[in-house]
Design a protein around this ligand. Structure first.
Ligand code: ATP
Ligand code: MG
Length: 505
């Protein structure tokens, strides 16, 4: 008999997503841990959010005209359960009740459209009953048909989307849990993956990670904006991120921005033919985004466009001036960049971005700004204002690695080589005590020859090999070998701990 061995298919991660492996994951943890610590000292607490939400949440908050909503979202229909099984005989009364029950339990989405369909289902059922009671067969048949057809129109699925960003979710949660009744400003931070179907390249992935924070409350005091930025800069300092540059701008509010946008649109119309297709499209959909363009051929044109700073209303101008003053009080340097507009629709007034070296053209590690109308837009109180930012963790880590801050400490303190059954048992106990004391210990699972075992200790880059054999057991000591220089000595357990501590200090 001949047998052909088909090699099993191997799998690869999907385009644009990636694994974060050790030791890089150690750096990721350090970044996230430092963020938790720094944000904690500013009174922020973590909010853990769902990875998916109703598509409509993002459509409404991020904005239909943005790249994110128009083409980058991972959306799909969630079909929770479908129609109830009608069984062999359909009794319209019973089946209607079953469908209503399915809507109550969430098996069929309970949305306004389905609710109005059910109203007409009920109506037709009533007519059906009446016609049958009066033995008007033809009318009854027609009512039955209408009842039946109406049911076919129920929406069985609900569109849901993997979150492309998290501010919308934070605001949704803020409203859903009535957080406006909490005292003071609500300060929340989050971290986790986001999803956008973009063209993958260095620093741009389809699953990427953000660390973000939001302040929600009734105040829009410029001191809040300044403190949020201060918190960010403290984080970057603590991480020793070099060469971070803070760019700020004010893009006005709903009083002054519309007039500016119209003016901008009018000016853009005049130069329409000189612009690329993206910018041409944005004249209609989102003229502010033209300012964001990196196209070489458009730079001279953009340079001559009207600037928002000259069109801010009195209160926006004052707000912006005060933000800058308060940044000064905190010793924070910034560059004003009139072309800085955020990609999402909900921003107003203060916007900011932080760039870092070593990232090529994807050099923004953080974007943020004020979004005073968003809570109201999502059905919350009109008085709630908000400001926040999102750090692109992938890019932050890339930049830290590029700046030589990616070196990770740690590694293996002790490789615990044992020889013989009695030594094995002693080594298991010693390993536990060492680990309880915080040392990183590798205990070989099977017995190895001396040379092979010590060779592995070397290759694992252990700092020390601790050797337990029959001789050591008899003498009540272990042999400890420092692998950097090969120096070796016999120590009792207490001495061993002191020796390792001194070596780690
Ligand atoms: P960009 O202009 O670089 O596309 P953006 O304006 O789309 O950024 P935001 O939506 O403000 O970015 O997100 C905040 C931060 O998240 C960005 O500054 C960036 O560091 C990071 N980020 C955004 N999209 C991606 C992505 N696809 N891959 C990796 N990081 C990203
Ligand atoms: Mg983008």
């Amino acid at each position: 008999m001949t047998s052909t061995h088909h090699k099993a298919k191997q799998f690869q991660a999907i385009k644009g997503v990636r694994d974060i492996l050790p030791p890089e994951s150690v750096l990721w943890n350090r970044v996230e841990q430092t963020a938790r610590e720094v944000f904690g000292t500013f009174g922020f607490a973590e909010i853990r959010l769902p990875i998916f939400e109703q598509t409509e949440l993002f459509a409404r908050s991020v904005g239909q005209e943005t790249d994110i909503v128009s083409k980058e979202m991972y959306s799909f229909d969630d079909k929770p359960g479908g129609m109830p099984d009608p069984g062999p005989f359909v009794i319209p009364e019973d089946y209607t009740v079953a469908v209503e029950h399915a809507m109550k339990t969430g098996q069929i989405p309970l949305n306004p459209s389905n609710q109005s369909i059910m109203a007409s289902v009920r109506e037709n059922l009533k007519m059906l009953r009446k016609a049958s009671d009066l033995s008007r067969t033809q009318e009854a048949e027609q009512a039955y048909m209408r009842w039946f057809v109406a049911l076919q129109h129920l929406e069985l699925g609900e569109s849901i989307t993997l979150r492309p960003e998290a501010t919308a979710s934070v605001v949704r949660a803020y409203i859903e849990h009535g957080m406006q009744t909490l005292p003071g400003n609500v300060k929340l931070y989050y971290l986790g993956p986001m999803f956008r179907r973009e063209r993958p390249q260095k620093g741009r992935y389809r699953q990427f990670y953000q660390i973000g924070a939001e302040v929600l409350g009734s105040s829009d005091a410029p001191g809040i904006d300044a403190e949020v930025i201060e918190m960010l800069m403290r984080l970057f300092e603590r991480l020793k991120l070099k060469g971070a540059v803070l760019h700020i701008n004010s893009i006005g509010d709903k009083n002054c921005r519309p007039a500016y946008v119209e003016k901008l649109r009018a000016e853009l119309q005049k130069v329409r033919e000189q612009l690329g297709p993206d910018s041409q499209r944005r004249i209609e959909t989102n003229p502010l985004r033209v300012l964001d363009s990196k196209l070489e051929s458009e730079q001279d044109i953009i340079h001559k466009l009207p600037r928002i700073a000259d069109h801010l209303c009195e209160s926006c101008r004052e707000h912006y001036a005060e933000v800058k003053k308060q940044l000064g009080l905190r010793g924070i340097k910034y560059e004003e960049n009139w072309r800085l507009v955020r990609g999402l629709d909900y921003y107003m007034r203060t916007t900011f971005e932080i760039t870092a070296p070593g990232l090529g053209s994807q050099n923004a590690v953080c974007g943020g700004g004020r979004y005073d109308g968003l809570v109201e837009l999502l059905g919350g109180p009109a008085t709630t204002k908000g400001i926040g930012f999102a750090i692109g963790t992938d890019r932050l880590v890339l930049s830290l690695q590029g700046e030589g801050e990616g070196e990770v400490q740690g590694g293996l303190d002790v490789y615990l080589a044992w020889f013989g059954a009695a030594a094995h048992s002693a080594a298991i106990g010693l390993a536990r005590r060492l680990r309880d004391a915080g040392f990183v210990v590798e205990l070989p699972a099977v017995e190895m020859k001396f040379g092979k075992s010590l060779g592995l200790a070397d290759r694992l880059k252990a700092r020390h090999a601790v050797i337990v054999g029959d001789d050591e057991l008899a003498a009540g000591v272990v042999t400890v070998k420092r692998l950097s220089d090969g120096s070796q000595q016999k120590l009792g357990e207490q001495e061993l701990f002191s020796y390792l501590r001194a070596g780690n200090a």
